[in-house]
Structure formats: structure tokens, C-alpha cells
Design a protein around this ligand. Structure first.
Ligand code: TNX
Length: 443
């Protein structure tokens, strides 16, 4: 087994084992994945896996990515004493694009910590780590954290695990940090307080497409990012450009999409970018969904209502939609049920945005993504102050998203919670903090 294919911190396949790389008739019985391939060209991630009575393992897959998915299944199957059950599995993904969007701005994570998140994605057969690299609080491409060589190292680490890193440069809104770094981007009208809801205001800044310096800076940033990340997709952000006139927003998005295309990449944008229309190869990421709070007041309310219509329009036009509805995919949502461990209650109370009504792990699992181009969980880090906080919000819900993204829709919560109980020992072995939901019988 080439070392490259081995999820490093996961158990290694025992000898004797055999990997047969090539198409097999049994694989063709598994439906092909639907939606967008994060590699651009489709990659066949289907595999078959046999463990015989003597413990010998045989894996067959058409592509090394399929072998990596089989290895993830093996890691999940291995019992507490290291043994493997006798099994025959023929398996493949439901959606081609299965990811996690990670906020690297509101909290800071070391390269080694990001690698551990990539390991977790590999364990759950997720194949996209979407890196939210820039925001109001920091511009991680310049002011600290990640050097180009760090980022290239992460690209290689992810590639070895058949995970694609999709970089996001979030503009024209969410750019307060950039304006501090590059004061020449202040056009005299592109920053200030915006009242988002009655009595609630926020400092906001946006990039002015009518200021020549804007695209001198942004086109260069996009070129560097495109050169660093081999992903055929580049995420242009485009969410919540508070205070920006709509015609300027549209001009801005058109320009940035053109730049991204000229760099040989396909643009992905948050759903608001639909306001600039969309071409056949644009990709929209859906995040705004009903929070169950009724109509929200003020600017936020108007924004949400409009943004929901943006997604409807994307669907009508046949634009590819990656689903990350905050109702089910936002893992910065507070947990509603108590922890089975009273010592975790302080952490539970502190984590997740207070704006979101808390939700139980079971409620988060109860949904069908439907007919979409892919699925991404999202972890935003306003309330997160370290790696333990991060994994506390990721686990166990990330496993539920992975089940929806890879597995059959008819898996019930009961079946899912039994598997979660089994997986807790993997998280413990990796030393990961996780939320001990009182709705799961952890045994
Ligand atoms: C909205 S999701 C944002 C983020 C916040 C997040 C908190 C999105 C495209 N924008 O800036 O961190 O809500 O959940």
C-alpha cells in the first residue's frame, strides 16, 4: 500500500491485504455520484471492500480516491481491540462534492490543526475543505498565520488524502481588515456603520469597483491564490456586502468572476452573487435558509428574503447549487440538548452563535438535501477560541452531514446514533474533543 494513500493518523491496513486498481463489474452496480466534481473532471470514488474470515482485506476501486474511501471505511470498522469483522461492502458516494467550509479568520489555527481537520474529512469520506481565508477581522493571506509555503504544504497534505482545498477570498463585503492593510482602497464612501436591525449596527466596509486601486489589488490577490491552489474552483465570497449599492455590487462581481475565469478557474460565490446574474458555469453556494424565527426585521430581514429568492432563481436557471443551508449545515449553531457529561455544559453554553435558535443533533440530522450539486457543512468561528472548541462543534454533527453527503437518504436517526456511539472511540483515540449529546446512547 503506497504511503500516499494512507490517512496518516488512521490505522494502517493489516497484512495480508490486496488493492486492485481498476474497474470491476460489481462497482458498476453502484450509482454514479451526482453533482459537481471538486476535481473538475469526474473522479470515481466507488469501491468494494472484502474482509475474509481470516482477516485478509481486498479493496477494489477504479481510482486511488476510491481506495482512500475504502480505507476510511476500514478505519471506521475496526473494533476496539484492532480486529476487523468479516464483511463485503460495495459502496459509492451520493454527491460528488462533499465538503466543509472552515472559518480560518475568526479563530486562528495552526497548520497542524488544519491537517487534523483534513484527517477528519478523510475519515468521513468528505473531499472538499473550503478555506475561508479573509474576513473583517483578519486577512490570512497577508497578516499572519499562513505563508505561501504553509498553504502549498496543506495542498499536498490534502491531495494525499484525496481532499481538494477550495480557497475563498471573500469580497466585496467583509473587508475591514483589507482596508486597514491597504488604506488606498478607501474610496471615501465605502465604509461606515450600517444598521442591520433596529438598534443593532455594525461597522462595515466594501470594495469600490469605481476606484482603480481596487482591482489592482484584488486581481493580484486572486492571481496569487489561483497559483497556490490547484483547485479548478475559486470561491469569490460575495456575502453580506452591507451598505454597498446594488449596481456597484453587480459590477464588482462581474469583474471578479472575469478575473477568476481568466486565471483558468471556475468561480463559486455565496448565493447573493446571483444578483449579478449567472453564466452556465457559475456555482452558487446556498446558505440563507429559514431559521424558524419568522420574518427578521430591518436590513437583515430584507437581505435574507432577497437571498432566498436568489437561490430560487439559480435553480430556475439551472445554475449549480452547493447546499449549505444554515438550518442544517451550520455547525456553529448552539446544541439544544444538554451534554451527558455535566462538565461539558459550560462549553456547550458558550459555543455557537446566540443569534441561531439551538438545535439538537437529531434535528440537525433530519433533512434531505434534495437535488443539489453538492453539500458543504460550515463552521464559523466567532465563538470558537481554540481547536478543542472547533472539534466540539464539529463532532458529532459533521458525521451526520457526511452521512447525508455520501450515504443513503433512508438512514434513520436511530441507525445513525448507533454508529456515532461506535465512532466516539475513534475521536477519543485521536484526542479530539467532542460533544457528548444526551440524545445518543454512548454506551
Ligand atoms: C454569516 S455564512 C456569514 C459569516 C458568519 C456566519 C455565522 C456567510 C456567507 N457569512 O460571516 O460567520 O454567518 O454563522
Amino acid at each position: 500500500m503506497p504511503a500516499l494513500l494512507r490517512p496518516v493518523s488512521l490505522p494502517v491496513i493489516p497484512a495480508p491485504s490486496r488493492v486492485e486498481l481498476g474497474a470491476g463489474p460489481e462497482l458498476e452496480d453502484v450509482p454514479e455520484a451526482v453533482g459537481l466534481s471538486p476535481w473538475g473532471d469526474p473522479v470515481d470514488e466507488r469501491y468494494s471492500l472484502t474482509v475474509d474470515a481470516g482477516g485478509a482485506v481486498t479493496i477494489r476501486a477504479a481510482h486511488p480516491a476510491g481506495v482512500a474511501r475504502a480505507e476510511a471505511t476500514l478505519a471506521q470498522l475496526r473494533g476496539p481491540s484492532g480486529g476487523l469483522p468479516e464483511v463485503r461492502i460495495v459502496d459509492g458516494p451520493r454527491f460528488a462534492w462533499r465538503g466543509l467550509s472552515m472559518d480560518l479568520v475568526r479563530a486562528s489555527f495552526t497548520v497542524a490543526e488544519v491537517e487534523r481537520v483534513i484527517d477528519l474529512l478523510a475519515l468521513y469520506k468528505l473531499n472538499v475543505l473550503h478555506l475561508h481565508l479573509t474576513d473583517d477581522q483578519a486577512w490570512r493571506l497577508a497578516d499572519g498565520s499562513y505563508t505561501p509555503s504553509d498553504l502549498r504544504g496543506l495542498v499536498t497534505y490534502a491531495e494525499e488524502r484525496h481532499v481538494v482545498l477550495v480557497p475563498e477570498v471573500d469580497t466585496p463585503g467583509h473587508v475591514r481588515s483589507l482596508l486597514e492593510l491597504r488604506p488606498e482602497l478607501d474610496s471615501g464612501r465605502n465604509r461606515g456603520e450600517v444598521e442591520l436591525a433596529p438598534g443593532y449596527s455594525q461597522e462595515a466596509a466594501w470594495l469600490d469597483p469605481e476606484l482603480p486601486a481596487t482591482f489592482e489589488v484584488i486581481d493580484e490577490v486572486l492571481a496569487e491564490v489561483a497559483a497556490t491552489f490547484p483547485s479548478p474552483y475559486l470561491h469569490i465570497g460575495g456575502d453580506e456586502a452591507w451598505g454597498m449599492p446594488e449596481d456597484l455590487y453587480t459590477d464588482y462581481v462581474h469583474h471578479v468572476r472575469d478575473t477568476v475565469r481568466s486565471l483558468g478557474k471556475r468561480p463559486v460565490g455565496w448565493q447573493e452573487t446571483m444578483r449579478a446574474g449567472a453564466d452556465g458555469d457559475d456555482v452558487i453556494q446556498h446558505w440563507i435558509a429559514d431559521l424558524g424565527l419568522g420574518d427578521l426585521p430591518g436590513t437583515i430581514g430584507e437581505h435574507f428574503a432577497k437571498a432566498m429568492a436568489d437561490v430560487d432563481r439559480a435553480r430556475e436557471l439551472g445554475v449549480a447549487v452547493i447546499a449549505s443551508p444554515l438550518s442544517h449545515c451550520y455547525l456553529d449553531r448552539p446544541y439544544a440538548e444538554p451534554s451527558a457529561d455535566p462538565a461539558q455544559e459550560e462549553q456547550r453554553g458558550r459555543l455557537g452563535l446566540a443569534f441561531y435558535p439551538p438545535k439538537t443533533v437529531a434535528e440537525s440530522f433530519d433533512w434531505d438535501p434534495g437535488d443539489v450539486a453538492g453539500l458543504e457543512a460550515a463552521i464559523w468561528c466567532e465563538t470558537v477560541s481554540g481547536f478543542d472548541d472547533l472539534t466540539f462543534l464539529l463532532l458529532p454533527r459533521l458525521a451526520g452531514i457526511a452521512q447525508r453527503a455520501w450515504g443513503r437518504q433512508d438512514t434513520t436517526w436511530d441507525e445513525h446514533q448507533e454508529r456515532l456511539a461506535d465512532h466516539a472511540r475513534l475521536w477519543d483515540r485521536e484526542g479530539l474533543a467532542w460533544f457528548r449529546s444526551s440524545l445518543v446512547d454512548w454506551g
